[in-house]
Design a protein around this ligand. Structure first.
Ligand SMILES: [Zn+2]
Length: 108
């Protein structure tokens, strides 16, 4: 069975596993980013007035850039350290997030 390209946790999972150096959010906690949230709320209330459904927000948008950068570097290291996709064992994790990431259950 060929390995999927998404064998690794998503970028936001890596970002969340890091402490935020901008706002001090602990690993696993969302960033304290009221202005980012307010922008999304404003956009969605405008959309609601126009009869549009709210936008699906990317969880990365609510994290500070320093944190997503740290997460991205961590993910790059894991991907670089893992075997080539064709040499990976199905079902085995090659990331180093440990308890910070639970693989979604199969069959959703
Ligand atoms: Zn932050």
């Amino acid at each position: 069975m060929p390995a999927k390209p998404d064998d690794f946790p998503p970028f936001h999972a890596y970002a969340l596993a890091h402490r935020c150096t901008t706002c001090g959010a602990e690993p696993g906690q969302p960033c304290d980013a009221p202005r980012k949230q307010a922008e999304i709320d404003t956009m969605n209330s405008t959309r609601a007035q126009l009869g549009h459904p709210p936008l699906e927000t990317d969880p990365l948008h609510l994290l500070h850039a320093s944190r997503t950068d740290a997460g991205g570097r961590h993910r790059d290291r894991d991907v670089a350290a893992a075997p080539w996709p064709e040499d990976r064992e199905p079902g085995r994790r090659y990331d180093t997030l440990g308890e910070h990431w639970q693989e979604p259950s199969e069959g959703i």
